[in-house]
Design a protein around this ligand. Structure first.
Ligand code: DAH
Length: 357
């Protein structure tokens, strides 16, 4: 009996001393596990006399129950303590300031677009918008593209499947249809820019199937190429943040303007990078011209009374030039390293008064 009392005191002391669930389980295995001390005592019952077995059996079973009970209670206490410790260590103090982690940034194309809008807004231009999914009339016909003319093919147009009526909608190939929508819905004088997405089936280092343009349109009495030149030169000097730029018009053809021109800006390419406002090279930067009388007529404006100029430029290209990004395809790669390098803070909205970039 002394043995049992000693064993009980010993095991209960070990249970009490177990400081965590793992230690408690080790005590359990050592006492009541298959080869544990108490289990070992139970195995000795078979060799006892029936008398002895009666008393000893009852005593050993009582000991086993007592120990199991103590282990159960200790286990519950340890689990409760563990939960308390976790709750204490995992509390979240919502009043603390959030750790600074830069998660997103403004894409350079959007930043460039915002800068362009800010400059033209300061010059008195309103922003006009039109749908990305256009019809043939607004994208081509009203802009004086003759039916079946190869210029329509040159645009590498994404067409939708024909409707029941046979009409085929398309993804606008340029922002020029917004000119048409504006002239149809507003009376001159008109002074708008139309920033937006444009689409062409084209993909290499300098072309992506989706790109961005800013269109410009001015309609009033007595408008001429001089107004166009001043507007664009003033814009370019502001955009490239130089005192002045030198530009040249190169004769070109667009169906919707007559005369039409491409504008080049003087630049320096000597140091491996392009610097605007100096040097001996020319860089093609945009298309422009005087609005064709047929376009004015298609929009219900009398060309004998009103004239206008228009221009269109690629936002992604201008952004590449300004911020030194070499490959247009990177713009769409969603590489967070590229985005965090070239991206802009959402709080730095372009503003001609405080600075553009
Ligand atoms: N729509 C032309 C293009 O995407 C760009 C353009 C050229 C727009 C001349 C104009 C313009 O308004 O006058 O290639």
């Amino acid at each position: 009996m002394t043995d049992l009392n000693t064993l009980e005191a010993d095991v209960l002391a070990q249970v009490a001393a177990a400081s965590d669930l793992q230690a408690l389980d080790a005590v359990r295995v050592a006492a009541v596990g298959k080869t544990g001390s108490i289990s070992g005592l139970l195995k000795t019952l078979g060799a006892m006399s029936p008398e002895e077995r009666k008393t000893q059996g009852a005593a050993i079973n009582a000991l086993r129950d007592k120990v199991a009970d103590a282990i159960g209670q200790k286990k519950a206490a340890l689990e409760a303590a563990e939960l308390d410790a976790r709750l204490a260590s995992e509390t979240l103090d919502l009043s603390l300031p959030a750790p600074y982690r830069r998660k997103g940034s403004v894409h350079p194309t959007m930043q460039t677009m915002d800068e362009m809008v800010a400059i033209f807004a300061e010059m008195g231009f309103a922003v006009a918008e039109g749908p990305d999914i256009e019809d043939d009339f607004h994208n081509f016909t009203a802009l004086n593209f003759p039916e079946k003319h190869p210029a329509r093919e040159m645009h590498d147009t994404f067409f939708f499947n024909p409707k029941e009526s046979g009409e085929r909608m398309l993804l606008r190939t340029h922002t020029s249809p917004v000119q048409v929508r504006t002239m149809v819905s507003q009376k001159p004088p008109i002074r708008i820019i139309a920033p937006g997405r444009t689409y062409r089936c084209d993909n290499d280092a300098t072309h992506t199937p989706v790109f961005h343009q800013v269109e410009g349109l001015v309609i009033d009495k007595g408008i001429h190429m001089g107004h166009l030149k001043w507007t664009l030169e003033t814009f370019l000097a502001r955009f490239f943040e130089t005192d002045a730029v030198t530009t040249q018009f190169r004769p070109h053809h667009f169906p919707f303007t007559e005369p039409s021109a491409e504008m080049d800006v003087q630049c320096d390419r000597s140091g491996g990078e392009i610097k605007i406002g100096q040097g001996t090279s020319w860089l093609e930067i945009l298309g422009c011209g005087m609005v064709h009388p047929n376009v004015l007529r298609a929009c219900g404006i009398d060309p004998d009374e009103y004239q206008g100029f228009a221009f269109g430029m690629g936002v992604d290209r201008l952004g590449m030039l300004k911020y030194g990004m070499p490959d247009l395809r990177d713009m769409w790669s969603s590489d967070v390293r590229w985005l965090s390098h070239y991206g802009f803070s959402a709080f730095a909205a372009p503003n001609p008064a405080s600075g553009l970039s």
